[in-house]
Design a protein around this ligand. Structure first.
Ligand SMILES: C[S@@+](CC[C@H](N)C(=O)[O-])C[C@H]1O[C@@H](n2cnc3c(N)ncnc32)[C@H](O)[C@@H]1O
Length: 293
């Protein structure tokens, strides 16, 4: 904080001052305050990730074969030229949290003017190369997790968590955080708001397409020996499709609310039925309910 508030030389002086605190108690106080600020701002990590999704930064790096300089990234995303120094700071935040990695290239130099990082005064400057990591590789390619992360970081979900304190004040049973924040249940909003419904359904397809391949590889034996399966609250059926693909003799049916089943894809090996799981569940050899914890 000292460094950001002051000019470089003053910052150094302040920094030295901070580091030469003599009292152990003051050291402890400053450490505690640092922890408090770090916890307070920890949401910046997820907001930086949201920005990366909004700006499609992983796609821009992927386009360049998995590693790209800031000018190369900036050329492929919608960033006003005046904000390119800010983009460098965003990339720094994302590399600290492991979304991207960065290497300082020794052998590639570019004119400082084109770097536009706000710190170079002419001459040449080595351009850092930002690369995809195992984390950001999950955000590119055909089976990516962009939709589920976009939903989890969407305003309707994020704002719900602002009410945790208020939620504790009410006795059980009470509305969940989502209902408390928005005055209606998540599935009611999805029924009413087509954009929100699409956000959820796409999110679930991306999550199920990813996790079910692993689940079938790791514990596919649970599906052996059964003739029919009912995926309760199965959404657009991505999980059931994965199971059906791996076990073609297993008759898979998805049960969901009518506004979801109305959008179910045609031409799959999966059957779809409308129903309310709190009223009844159609008979099958096994009931499947996918839960992520
Ligand atoms: C979190 S999504 C999971 C979708 C799917 N199982 C998956 O993992 O890809 C929950 C699903 O339950 C459905 N749902 C909510 N309430 C329901 C109810 N009372 N009866 C049947 N389905 C319901 C929603 O429409 C939604 O598709």
């Amino acid at each position: 904080r000292f460094i950001h508030q002051a000019k470089p030389r003053e910052a150094q002086a302040h920094c030295t001052m901070a580091l030469t605190v003599k009292s152990t108690d003051d050291h402890a106080l400053l450490n505690a305050e640092h922890e408090l600020w770090a916890t307070t701002f920890s949401y910046i990590k997820s907001m930086a990730l949201k920005s990366a999704l909004d700006l499609r930064l992983a796609d821009a790096i992927h386009h360049h074969g998995g590693a790209a300089t800031l000018p190369q990234i900036a050329a492929r995303v919608t960033v006003h030229p005046s904000k390119i120094p800010c983009l460098r700071r965003l990339m720094r935040t994302l590399t600290v949290s492991g979304v991207f990695s960065v290497v300082q290239q020794q052998d590639v130099v570019v004119p400082a003017a084109s770097v536009s990082n706000g710190t170079c005064n002419g001459g040449v400057a080595a351009e850092p190369l930002y690369a995809l990591t195992p984390v950001s590789r999950l955000l590119v390619g055909s089976r990516n997790l962009v939709s589920i992360i976009t939903m989890l970081l969407s305003p309707n979900f994020v704002t719900s968590f602002l009410g945790i304190g208020a939620w504790f004040e009410h006795s059980l049973p009470d509305p969940c955080l989502f209902t408390q924040a928005h005055g209606e249940a998540l599935w009611t909003m999805a029924d009413r708001d087509a954009t929100f419904d699409a956000l959820i359904n796409d999110a679930m397809v991306s999550d199920s397409s990813f996790i079910m391949d692993i689940a079938i590889r790791e514990c596919g034996e649970v599906f052996q020996g059964i003739g029919s399966l009912m995926d309760v609250g199965g959404g657009l059926g991505a999980a059931a499709q994965a199971i059906s693909g791996a076990f073609p003799s297993l008759e898979c049916t998805v049960m969901d609310l009518d506004h979801v089943v109305a959008k179910a894809p045609a031409g799959t090996d999966v059957n779809y039925v409308v129903g309310d799981m709190f009223e009844s569940v159609p008979p099958a050899d096994a009931v499947f309910l996918k839960v992520r914890t």
